[in-house]
Design a binder for this molecule. Structure first.
Ligand SMILES: *Cc1c(COP(=O)(O)O)cnc(C)c1O
Length: 422
């Protein structure tokens, strides 16, 4: 250790002086093709999808592209976003008042919000060293009121779907995959979102590809698809094709518009290239640091299916994680610890204040109101200590397709330097 070069944090020369570039994945690719596609819709002056024949409708084409890509029989594009995709899919699954839905303690607050919007009670379970849902704790959280489970493929990492599906089937529970952060990822050859009963995608600015705002639901079940479609348009019965067996009910308006779909469709044509490059960069970095005994890499349930959009590793405790993170930043490699009492990160359950405090949107106090809910879901900041433990020890780096091999090599050198010197 005495021969290690001096850390930048102690006045030494940083590994990297030029900033490591930052970039959002799909958004950074927006170019002439996207612009032309959107302008084409404007010139056509038919922005409402149901005015266009499905052969030319961009919304319909986006759905067809996702059916082919994921192998699912049905796809529905949504204008709202990943949140509305989750809401519509929950309605599609028949989940609502009186039901519990198990979600991980590490996900964007939107996953919890979607449950609340359909008046279902979110029940929070632990994550494990994959930074995704811990199947064993998920099973412990099942009660007689549980209807559905939402595994979330966080930061492009596939969840432990084999275990999750096995438990879900045993208890006859529905599975809705939240694929908002893992568009294009897979799990042992199957596209994420196609493994459970339904999958919900987001095309928001920060996701793998974007339509500005937007989302999409996939499913293999006709009834779930038809219910999801009814939920996404208050007048769906009027546009729907004949022969629908599902009795209509009130929907909202989450329709996709052709402008967004046109943008999303061009972005979709780029997804494989974006992911291939992210994966190559991540493989290179992982190979360069895997032998370090000072750090423990995130356990990725299927590294081949991982999107490669982030890298995470653990230090032995939160204090050392903070020291490591600061030292690595000073070496010129942007990174962050994942749980820090000072920063109210909305991806961690203890910072979801309207869930923690059961703040309802209505007078009755739904969805927790005794009038409809007979269960006993409780929330507290310390309810998932294992989740806070893994997040507290974790350091994460954002990866993207514009990082060069030289950038990756500098990242490797900086991580090695800090690991060996601290
Ligand atoms: C972004 C995100 C959502 C919500 O997507 P929006 O398009 O912003 O509504 C849902 N779940 C997760 C895990 C997300 O990261």
């Amino acid at each position: 250790m005495t021969s290690s070069p001096r850390l930048a944090i102690r006045g030494g020369r940083p590994v990297r002086r030029r900033p490591i570039p930052y970039s959002a994945h799909g958004t950074s690719e927006i170019g002439d093709r996207e612009i032309r596609a959107v302008v084409k819709v404007l010139k056509r002056r038919k922005i409402f999808r149901f005015l266009n024949d499905p052969k030319i409708s961009e919304s319909a084409q986006l759905e067809a592209a996702y059916r082919k890509y994921t192998g699912c029989r049905h796809a529905l594009a949504l204008g709202g976003g990943g949140t509305t995709a989750l809401v519509a899919a929950l309605v599609g699954l028949g989940v609502g008042a009186g039901d519990e839905v198990i979600i991980p303690g590490y996900t964007y607050i939107a996953t919890a919000a979607a449950c609340l919007v359909v008046n279902a009670v979110p029940v929070i379970c632990e994550i494990d060293n994959s930074l995704t849902m811990d199947p064993a704790d998920m099973e412990r959280k099942i009660t007689r009121y549980t209807r559905a489970i939402i595994p979330v493929h966080m930061r492009g990492t596939p969840c432990r779907m084999r275990e999750i599906m096995r438990i879900a089937r045993r208890h006859k529970l529905l599975v809705l995959e939240d694929v908002a952060q893992a568009n294009g990822g897979s799990y042992f050859g199957r596209k994420l979102g196609s493994i459970g009963d339904a999958g919900a995608f987001s095309f928001q600015h920060y996701k793998v590809i974007t339509s500005g705002e937007g989302g999409l639901v996939i499913t293999n079940h006709k009834k779930i698809y038809q219910r999801t479609t009814i939920a996404h348009d208050s007048a769906m019965v009027f546009w729907a094709r004949d022969g629908w067996k599902v009795r209509p009910f009130a929907g909202e308006n989450y329709r996709m518009c052709e402008l967004r779909a046109a943008l999303g469709l061009v972005q979709f044509s780029r997804i494989n290239d974006i992911l291939a490059r992210c994966r190559a960069i991540k493989r290179r970095i992982v190979a360069g640091i895997a032998d370090l005994p000072q750090i423990e890499l995130q356990d990725v349930p299927d590294p081949k299916g991982d999107c490669g959009i982030s890298l995470a590793f653990y230090l032995p405790d939160a204090k050392r994680a903070r020291q490591f993170s600061e030292a690595l930043n000073k070496e010129g490699v942007p990174n962050g610890t994942m749980f820090n009492q000072g920063i109210p990160d909305r991806h961690i359950y203890c910072h979801w204040e309207y869930v923690m405090n059961k703040w309802s949107r209505d007078r009755l106090g739904l969805p927790w109101s005794r009038a409809v809910y007979k269960g006993h879901a409780k929330y507290s900041r310390n309810m998932c200590p294992q989740t806070l433990h893994w997040l507290g020890r974790a350091i994460a780096l954002h990866l993207h397709q514009h990082l060069t091999n030289r950038d990756a090599d500098d990242i490797i050198r900086a991580i090695r330097k800090v690991a060996q010197a601290l």
